[in-house]
Design a binder for this molecule. Structure first.
Ligand code: YOG
Length: 135
């Protein structure tokens, strides 16, 4: 039985986030703001249905999907691209492929203890974010 991602998670570490933003062609000024932000993930999981909210003082982003069903995503307020996404389980990892203009784009989520991991990939860059479960 897969892990339960539901809950509120606070960003603790954010390795190679600026390189990831560069790979997405995010401009200098926006990158400087983005890397300084505290991010909170609010995840609601109902079976194979998910809602992810990424919250910050600068911008918020929301994504809802069902595992195994392809969907169109517009990354509005992020890099503003249209992508075709599919989320699947690889063991206990939730894996999203994001097909579009950028090669090798996607993300993976998994849980270890009270930590939520997010690996964000674009081209040759892999950013790893670690969140701690909010008490
Ligand atoms: O999350 O796709 O959890 O949607 C980071 C990527 C920064 C704005 C957040 C705002 C940002 C400018 C979403 C930060 C890259 C930066 C808070 C990652 C582009 C522009 C919103 C993501 C998935 C998996 C769920």
């Amino acid at each position: 039985m897969p892990a339960d991602f539901s809950g509120t998670w606070i960003l603790e570490t954010n390795d190679k986030f600026e390189e990831y933003l560069k790979a997405l062609n995010i401009d200098f000024a926006t990158r400087k703001i983005a890397i300084s932000l505290s991010q909170t993930k609010v995840v609601a999981q109902d079976g194979e249905k998910f809602n992810f909210k990424t919250l910050s003082t600068f911008r918020n982003y929301e994504l809802a999907f069902t595992v195994g069903i392809e969907f169109d995503e517009c990354t509005k307020g992020l890099d503003n691209r249209n992508i075709k996404c599919l989320v699947t389980w690889e063991g206990d990892k939730l894996v999203c492929t994001q097909k579009g203009e950028k090669a090798n784009r996607g993300w993976k989520h998994w849980i270890e203890g009270n930590k939520l991991f997010l690996e964000l990939t674009c081209e040759n860059v892999v950013c790893v974010q670690v969140f701690k479960r909010k008490e």
